[in-house]
Write a protein of this length. Structure first.
Length: 502
């Protein structure tokens, strides 16, 4: 079979390529510590049926297929593990298929970005609650659902997967079967409205799967009315700031959700770094901090939402009472709120862009971003500090900077997110050691009890390498994978599964 011609027959010559420069581009994501593994082909389908036809070819010829959205993932989840295969770029599949205001849902193709979707919804008075990851200018809905992404709104709405009630999925089998999950499983349900009820929660197999179980082509998401009112609260903390901040957040959670749309802690070291020029050509991240927090103290910040000003005011009082009950906590003047700029302009999706290039040109992030229970934070930071000391010589050899604390975001219930990892220099002579340090850092984090934000190729293999799962669980996972993907062609290498199992 001539694979290139067969792919052209499906999507036309315009949307498939084996050109070197195209293949090179699709061998990269947000990280560059490994040698490029170029795919054989890159194809850009328009709908579920075209993906199904591509899968049939891949299955017949035993060719790996790697779904890709915006390529904004931080764990190399959208690139080939080894040279070869077909990268399926889903970003042409960016249509809003149905806004159902009667059931408060929206059906979209999974290649639409979170920013595009929420821009459309906000013009009509809605949004997706959790508006997607910080990379939402390029990150697509399918990627967010694959990674169980958090983002703006997670503190009250939960991760994006919690708000998904249905998926259309192409299975990586001989026939490229297309299935509906959620209440759409039943042909008599004209307008899907709920996640499960007919059988087990089969939708959940494809949520947070990091792209190993099926190719997501359409999603049905809950939508919510944009809140009429919001309030911004900020506090500074003098001492033992992270521990105090977590105590405050935990005590707030004991009172319920209190309309908290977003809550975050920033350590004084990062606050001060944001106020100065680190390098001549790198401007301060936020010069306003010099005005609202001139002493550069740690900060705890909130956005509250609600339909009624009185309700927000009551929640504001509860949070303020809980916060100011702790020694060394002071409230920042109401007109000087750090969250006000990005929230008022709906620029949720730019808050992490400063990490790339933070140390100067050619510096980049190697994320080990994770979730952890609030009460495990001290143990985690202590363990990562120990790792840093043990690896200090290697870190110095490549001038890498470990991020082992300093920022905390409140997730659902008593879970917090923790953007740990390494900032490294993207130089060929550093690449090998950068990769070794990255793997070692993630191994240490796993053994300290974290739950990865996204697993991709990197974290998923760390989970296997560290023996995180029992053999019984791994056999269960392998059984599901083999049932859906008999020849192991979809995203091979993740979790050591598929064609590249080791």
């Amino acid at each position: 079979m001539n694979i290139l011609n067969s792919l052209r027959d499906i999507v036309s010559s315009k949307y498939v390529s084996n050109a070197d420069y195209i293949r090179k581009s699709y061998s990269r994501s947000m990280n560059s510590v490994i040698e490029d593994n170029l795919p054989d082909f890159v194809v850009r389908p328009e709908n579920s049926e075209e993906i199904s036809e591509i899968v049939k070819i891949a299955y017949s010829e035993r060719i790996p297929i790697i779904p890709r959205g915006g390529g904004a993932g931080l764990q190399q989840g959208a690139i080939p593990y080894k040279p070869g295969g077909i990268v399926i770029d889903t970003t042409r599949m960016n249509k809003i298929l149905n806004l159902d205001e009667d059931h408060l849902t929206v059906r979209v193709q999974c290649g639409i970005t979170w920013a595009e979707l929420n821009t459309f919804l906000m013009e009509k008075g809605y949004y997706t609650g959790n508006v997607g990851p910080n990379s939402g200018m390029s990150a697509v809905v399918g990627g967010g659902l694959s990674n169980n992404s958090y983002g703006e709104g997670i503190a009250i709405y939960g991760p994006v997967t919690k708000n998904c009630i249905g998926l259309k999925v192409v299975l990586p089998n001989k026939n490229g079967d297309i299935i509906e999950t959620g209440s759409g499983e039943c042909k008599y349900v004209k307008n899907p409205f709920n996640r499960f009820g007919f059988v087990s929660d089969l939708l959940g197999i494809f949520l947070g799967d990091n792209g190993i179980m099926g190719i997501k082509t359409e999603a049905i998401l809950k939508i919510y009315s944009k809140p009429k009112f919001k309030a911004h609260m900020s506090f500074t903390l003098k001492r033992k700031s992270a521990e105090v901040a977590l105590k405050i957040l935990f005590n707030c959670r004991k009172k319920g959700y209190l309309g908290i749309f977003r809550a975050g802690f920033v350590d004084s070291s990062l606050v001060r770094a944001s106020m100065i020029k680190i390098l001549p050509d790198i401007p301060p991240l936020d010069e306003n901090l010099k005005i609202i927090n001139p002493k550069g103290r740690s900060m705890l910040e909130y956005i509250l939402i609600g339909e009624n000003e009185n309700i927000i005011e009551e929640n504001n009082k509860i949070i303020e009472e809980i916060s100011l009950a702790e020694k060394g906590v002071e409230s920042i003047d109401a007109q000087k709120k750090i969250f006000k700029w990005d929230n008022d302009k709906n620029e949720y999706w730019q808050v992490s862009h400063h990490i790339w290039g933070a140390l100067g040109p050619e510096s980049t992030g190697q994320s080990a971003e994770c979730r952890i229970a609030m009460h495990n934070y001290p143990e985690l930071t202590k363990g990562l500090s120990k790792w840093t000391l043990e690896n200090s010589e290697k870190l110095q050899a490549v001038k890498a900077f470990p991020a082992t604390g300093g920022m905390i975001s409140l997730c659902d219930h008593t879970t917090i997110s923790f953007p740990i990892g390494l900032i490294v220099w993207n130089k060929p002579e550093y690449r090998k050691l950068n990769g070794e340090l990255w793997d070692s850092f993630m191994d240490a984090a796993i053994k300290l009890g974290v739950m990865p934000y996204m697993t991709g190729l990197r974290y998923s293999r760390s989970l296997i390498r560290t023996g995180a799962f029992s053999e019984q669980f791994l056999n269960f996972l392998r059984t599901i994978k083999q049932s859906l993907d008999p020849r192991g062609i979809l995203s091979p290498g993740k979790y050591n599964l598929g064609m590249y199992s080791e």
